[in-house]
Structure formats: C-alpha cells, structure tokens
Design a protein around this ligand. Sequence first.
Ligand code: PEP
Length: 251
Amino acid sequence: MTVRRYLIAGNWKMHCRQSDGAALAADLAARVGPVADPRFDLLLCPPATIVATISQAVSGSAVSVGGQDCHAQAQGAHTGDIAADMLADVGAGWVIVGHSERRTNHAESNAMVRGKAAAVLRAGLATIVCVGETEAERDAGQAEQVVAAQLKGSIPDGAAATNTVIAYEPVWAIGTGRTPTLADIAAMHAMIRARLSGLVADPDAVRILYGGSVKPSNAAEILGLPDVDGALVGGASLKADDFWAIAQACP
Ligand code: PEP
C-alpha cells in the first residue's frame, strides 16, 4: 500500500503585509520546529511580495513556502507577471496554479494552467494544480465530468508525485463556509485518483488535497476520508491556532 504524507497548505491570497505575515510564519515555524511531523508537511503560500520575508521567517524549520501563481514563460515582456524561477530565487519551493479565483477572475483556461504548471516543473519546483466545479455545474450533475476535463487539460507532461499535488476545491465551497458532504468529497477524490492514471507517472503516490471552507471543526472528518491527502486552506490559514489545529487533525 502506498503511504502518502499529508500536505497542509495555506493560501494567504491577498492578505498580510511583511510584519503580520512574518509573525504568523514564525509562530507556525516554532510549532513545527526543524523536523517535520511524521504525519504532515506544512506549506505557506503568501503574496509574492513577501515570499522572501516569509522564507526568512521559517528558515531553520521544516515549513515550506510557495507562490500563488506564476507566468508560463521563464522571462520576457510580461508586465506585472512573475516567473516560477523568480519565486524560487526568493525561497519558494512550490507554486499553486489554476486556483478558481485565477480561473474566474483572470479567465485562465485549462491550457493556460497547464502552461503555468509546466513552467513550475521546469523551474525545479513543485506545483499544486487546483480543480473544482461551480455550483451550477454540480447542480447540473456535471461535477465529475468538469473536474475530469480540468485534470486532463491542466496536468503537464512530466508530472509525478514528487513534483505535483492536486487540490480539489469546489468553487462554491471556497470562502463560503459550505462544504460538500463527506460522501461527495470521497467520491470526487476516488474519481480523481482513477483519472490520474495516464496523466502522472505514479497515480497512487500523488497527493490529492481537499480545499473549500476547511476549519478546525471539520478538518478531522475530511482528512480521515480515503484519498484525501491533505488540505488547501484559505481563511483559516491566516490564524496560527486554526491552521495548526487543522494540521493536528491529520490522522
Ligand atoms: C482557497 O482559497 O483555496 C480556499 C480553500 O479558501 P477557504 O479555505 O477560505 O474556503
């Protein structure tokens, strides 16, 4: 049986300046210490402007740092954009791609997400590829079909458990306090696991995170489901006690 370590990832979105971000990161780094808990890895994804600061704040601890997005190219005339290699240069080991707020607010297609994920791998970093259906798609009975198409269209060549994590985030559950039923989460994660065959080198070893209103009160039941290998956490990642309680809920 393949053993997958949990990954608890915090997506800070457009929150935190240097001082409050560094204090939050240092608090979590002190709780983790120099050696990761045998159950989970902890990852913080702050805004790009403070990736360097947060990397310094967690140095010497087992906490990792990532970006929230990157450009598909390594350099060039792309005003306002950031290359994966630039995030690596200031301490990031990871980049989230295809978050629903990018797909919706910046009209990112599966092909664009795939290009970004490929750029992350070329830069030698690991990527979290986000997928998830809208409420209308779920109501229309199309959730699995939509997520399957996102997986097929967004996962780059060369993806493997060492460099790629999938985050299933139903769009209607992000930041709303609503979550799917545990049965619906389990069914979607099982479907994703099955669909990874042919898309990644080692489908059984790839971590599949759940994201969407994860909080201390629901973390244990969600993280206890089969094929749920961690959580991508938005709001609750901005409070050290809440984020830590979610990590502690890993079985
Ligand atoms: C997210 O933004 O990835 C997310 C899951 O947010 P929240 O936890 O606030 O729903």
